[in-house]
Design a protein around this ligand. Structure first.
Ligand SMILES: [Zn+2]
Length: 156
């Protein structure tokens, strides 16, 4: 039985919601899509940065529709597997923090209306976050960023 479903969202046009109680640590979804070089990506369409110049293109499945939150209930366990960071109740929207995947110098970001108390007001590249946010997000970074920013952990 699927654990999530696509519905309209209060803060976004569409979102993904829990169909049942999802326990902390449980796998929620695996991202799919073709592996694309930056030059092949349609940035107007769904995409997930997975390496310095590489992205997963749209899968046309549920993973395309998971929205950002600055206080998400999910995070990446590895490059493609999203897991619950806390217990998630039925009908809660599934979210992850896009800044744990995006890290581009020329990404200006977009304004965030996630509604979280800790909302940063903007979805930015990891490199443009404040140090306190970087340190908080370290455990959930995609593997290519974990490796790249390993020194942050050593310095902290
Ligand atoms: Zn926010």
């Amino acid at each position: 039985m699927p654990n999530i479903v696509l519905k309209s969202s209060a803060t976004h046009q569409k979102g993904i919601f829990a169909l049942r109680h999802i326990k902390k640590g449980e796998q929620v979804i695996t991202f799919g899509g073709d592996l694309l070089h930056r030059s092949q990506v349609d940035f107007e369409d769904y995409h997930l940065q997975v390496a310095e110049d590489f992205y997963l293109g749209p899968s046309r499945k549920l993973d395309d529709y998971i929205n950002h939150s600055c206080a998400p209930n999910c995070g990446f366990k590895d490059g493609v597997t999203l897991v619950a960071l806390c217990d998630i109740a039925i009908d809660d929207e599934i979210t992850w923090d896009y800044s744990t995947a995006i890290d581009e110098e020329d990404f200006d970001g977009f304004s965030c209306g996630c509604g979280a108390l800790a909302c940063r007001g903007k979805v930015s590249s990891f490199r443009h976050l404040e140090l306190k946010d970087k340190l908080r997000l370290l455990p959930h970074l995609l593997p290519y960023l974990k490796e790249k920013y390993y020194a942050l952990k050593v310095e902290a």
